[in-house]
Design a binder for this molecule. Structure first.
Ligand code: IMP
Length: 190
């Protein structure tokens, strides 16, 4: 079964298909005109906005994620604004490291809300996945994307960017949320 993954981020599509391998589900990109305005005030609202636009444009069931990095001492920032925290990813990492300079409490978590939407727009399923850890003092590693070079998950001493894809998918917020979605799909006749 093909499901539209409501993203323009090829890394997310790749991760989703790696996690879904052997499930009978293949995720495909939305039509080129997919360009939703993320005007929601929560991860759940934004994931619904993206999924419903992709479902409407494609006429197919669509899944969207909305994700971000939430740092405890920054009251959850960058959070919803993770992708817009500075102009480039390198500058976003630099800004976050500057804001945490001298800070001992570096606890943080990645959050990912996923929403599965029918072609007519109704929500079929919604779930949230988490990955807890802390922010490193400097970037390390070249795998993954976004804030991966500065995020060290609990029970690890390396950043996500130093892990192979399989290890990241096993523990990531997106992996956790997607496993719930796949479980829902395997128990439901759509
Ligand atoms: P979204 O595409 O609106 O969900 O924005 C998510 C933003 O959060 C991304 O652009 C990254 O900056 C950050 N982010 C989300 N998931 C990850 C991840 O798995 N690794 C690193 N950064 C992530």
């Amino acid at each position: 079964m093909e499901i539209v993954f409501a993203t323009n981020n090829i890394n997310k599509l790749k991760e989703a298909n790696e996690i879904a391998q052997n499930s009978g589900i293949t995720f495909i990109l939305p039509p080129d005109s997919f360009n939703p305005e993320e005007t929601g005030t929560t991860f759940a609202e934004n994931s619904y906005i993206k999924a419903s636009e992709a479902a409407k444009l494609s006429g197919k069931i669509a899944l969207a994620d909305d994700s971000g990095l939430c740092v405890n001492v920054l009251n959850g920032a960058p959070g919803l604004y993770s992708a817009r925290y500075a102009e480039t990813q390198q500058l976003r990492i630099k800004r976050l490291l500057n804001e945490l300079a001298g800070e001992k409490d570096r606890q943080a978590q990645f959050v990912c809300c996923m929403t599965l939407v029918a072609p007519a727009g109704e929500i079929l399923y919604q779930t949230t996945g988490y990955c807890k850890g802390h922010i490193a003092h400097a970037p390390s590693g070249t795998h993954g994307f976004g804030y991966d070079p500065i995020f060290i998950p609990d029970n690890y001493t390396i950043t996500i960017a130093q892990m192979d894809d399989e290890t990241k998918n096993n523990i990531s917020h997106r992996g956790n949320a997607l496993k719930q979605v796949l479980k829902f799909l395997s128990n439901t006749n759509l």
